[in-house]
Write a protein that binds this ligand. Structure first.
Ligand code: ADE
Length: 226
């Protein structure tokens, strides 16, 4: 999978893609990413990419021309399966949407801007709009990073334990069961006995029961979906 990200703040992504699983996915050749500065596609001598809103009002609006220039240029290199815009009024990012996106070859993500972008970008250049939750971020960069992380970890071979993405919270409309590691007894706080007895069947059944119980208690609405 290849992801292109278009942003006014490219430096925000440097460490995110240089660490942990996203980094390992790149060194394994399973994923590549390029971050593009929208200002590089401005035709303005001061590299401006925004202007005042028609009709007045506070804040500046991202202009269509640099975005169109950038997407045209990138589309001449790759054919995109999706050109995503991050926005609080987009489609909610869910595990099932992550699964769907993980099957794509090439994705472009245009990071949203706090005062918005010219609506014609959304109408004509974007194929999907995604929100990462019902709250407002200062910009779309963190949302783009969340989308990339949640999708790339699902690519075959990215996680060491092939099954671990399948047992994630939400993957079966359930949250994950609790996990423990050594020591078995920390100042009297004990690990559940069943995990120590080595009976895989009983342990699987216990974990499933715990996942059900946790989902019932913490996120009951997940069990109603589907
Ligand atoms: N930009 C600002 N808030 C956002 C959100 N919740 N999701 C995606 N993009 C955003």
């Amino acid at each position: 999978m290849h992801i292109d990200i278009i942003t006014l703040f490219p430096d925000m992504f440097t460490e995110i893609f240089a660490q942990s699983i996203l980094h390992r996915a790149q060194t394994k050749g399973l994923f590549s990413v390029e971050v593009h500065n929208l200002r590089d596609y401005s035709t303005n001598k001061n590299r401006r990419v925004d202007d005042y809103p028609y009709g007045g009002g506070a804040g500046m609006v991202i202009q269509i021309e640099p975005v169109d220039n950038c997407i045209k240029h990138l589309s001449s290199i790759r054919k995109y399966d999706e050109i995503i815009y991050t926005a609080p009024d987009g489609q909610p990012l869910t595990q099932s949407l992550c699964n769907e996106l993980s099957l794509k070859e090439n994705i472009c993500i245009l990071c949203g801007h706090y005062k918005g972008i010219d609506e014609r970008i959304r109408e004509h250049l974007i194929t999907r709009e995604i929100s990462i939750g019902d709250y407002v971020l200062s910009g779309g960069e963190l949302a783009a990073a969340v989308i990339a992380d949640s999708v790339v970890r699902l690519l075959p071979g990215v996680l060491n334990d092939e099954t671990s993405a399948l047992t994630d919270s939400f993957q079966q409309e359930l949250v994950s069961p609790p996990v423990y590691t050594r020591p078995a007894d920390y100042n009297g706080w004990k690990v559940p006995e069943i995990l120590l007895n080595g009976n895989d069947k009983l342990i699987d059944a216990w974990r499933f029961e715990q996942a059900l119980e946790r989902t019932r208690q913490r996120r009951p609405e997940l069990m109603d979906e589907k």
